[in-house]
Design a protein. Sequence first.
Length: 172
Amino acid sequence: MQHPVGACKNSGISIKIKTPLRKLRTFLSLSPERRWLTAEALLLPPLISASFHLFGVPRTQAWLRHWSRVGAAAEPADALGTIQQARRAQRLVKRSTGVGGSCLVRSFSLWTLLLRRGLPTEIRVGLRRHEGQIEGHAWIEYRGVPLNEDAKILQTYQVYERPISFDVKCWR
């Protein structure tokens, strides 16, 4: 028995497969602010990743900091809501397109999204030894609270005392 395109038959349950058109409709149904946030969440990871390779992390962070200040708003009254919207946009993009990147790319993306919306966050870096190898990890904190990683996982890393700012003069 053949089934219509875009649907699967399994035990009598029809499951629709998201098509690009349906994804576009979902995107267009968002408010203009959330659409812009989602577009930024889509474009930032590949741009940041390419910039890391072409110009290095310090120059990338300096460029992102400058770009964020150009479009920056005053710190929002609802910081938690702004953080949740930015994280939701990142998850939507990752789920819909697979665009995400490494922990450093994801963290720089979230850092930029929030900085442009008036929330000064900090990039944190930790190291650990796992199976004889040294592993690094990056995440974002707002007022000491990790935003894009579980605190239990972060306890397995030795964290630098101060937040990392790769674009300060001592790194040049």
